[in-house]
Design a protein around this ligand. Structure first.
Ligand code: ZN
Length: 229
């Protein structure tokens, strides 16, 4: 049985687009919220808007570009050279400090306004690129904090938390949106749509997962079964 309403934190990338269609399968009414956080490539926001329109869901854009004025990272600062590997002992400089904390906090305020308790985010601990705010412990902790902060009944859903990129492709395929995710999303840190620039860390992770999935489709699809999608 479908649950009532959900809000998807939506970037227009592979993960959140897969989550959007996961939410459409499980909820009667789905809304999206997208953040402009000073990312160098506005194409991401354009892709999110287009996909929300294709999916027939409400699209709400929030400008939080001030985040780029208080914390430095290579996704918002064009003068920084992007780390291609995770340095020992710290997250790569593509990490936007506080990003998921801000996104989910603002999403919860918006959800409350819309009478929505269920919030969906595409973070994954399995392929988390060294970003601490993609870990399950952070999401659980924030879920408690948001409920305390707003006397709420929020439930943060993380369908991708325990699956890898190859399984995320398999999930998109099972949801019937493999082509849409492959062609219309922007995951690339250089803002190139679809298969991307091919060499930035986000493209390498996405493409490695794609090849693994295409080479072992049956096996990867089968591995999804234990996750109860
Ligand atoms: Zn790229």
């Amino acid at each position: 049985m479908k649950r009532e309403k959900a809000l998807v934190v939506f970037s227009g990338g592979q993960d959140s687009t897969t989550c959007l269609f996961w939410a459409l399968k499980h909820f009667r009414e789905v809304h999206t919220i997208t953040f402009a956080y000073g990312q160098k490539h506005n194409l991401e926001v354009e892709a999110a808007k287009k996909i929300a329109c294709m999916a027939g869901v409400d699209f709400h854009l929030v400008d939080i570009t001030q985040i780029a004025s208080v914390g430095k990272n290579s996704l918002t600062d064009g003068s920084m050279v992007m780390d291609s590997e995770k340095p020992a002992g710290s997250p790569p400089n593509t990490f936007v400090p506080g990003r998921n904390l801000f996104f989910l906090s603002i999403a919860a305020v918006y959800a409350r306004e819309k009478g929505i308790c269920d919030i969906v985010t595409g973070v994954s601990q399995t392929d988390f690129s060294g970003y601490p705010d993609c870990r399950d412990s952070f999401i659980r902790s924030l879920n408690v904090t948001l409920n305390l902060a707003m006397d709420g009944q929020f439930v943060i859903h993380t369908p991708l938390m325990w699956i890898d990129k190859a399984q995320t492709w398999a999930l998109a395929d099972r949801l019937g949106v493999f082509e849409l995710v492959r062609d219309e999303t922007v995951t690339c840190y250089n803002g190139v749509k679809g298969d991307g620039c091919g060499h930035c860390p986000a493209c390498r992770l996405r493409n490695a997962g794609l090849h693994k999935y295409l080479e072992n489709k049956d096996e990867v699809l089968k591995s999804l079964e234990i996750h109860n999608f």
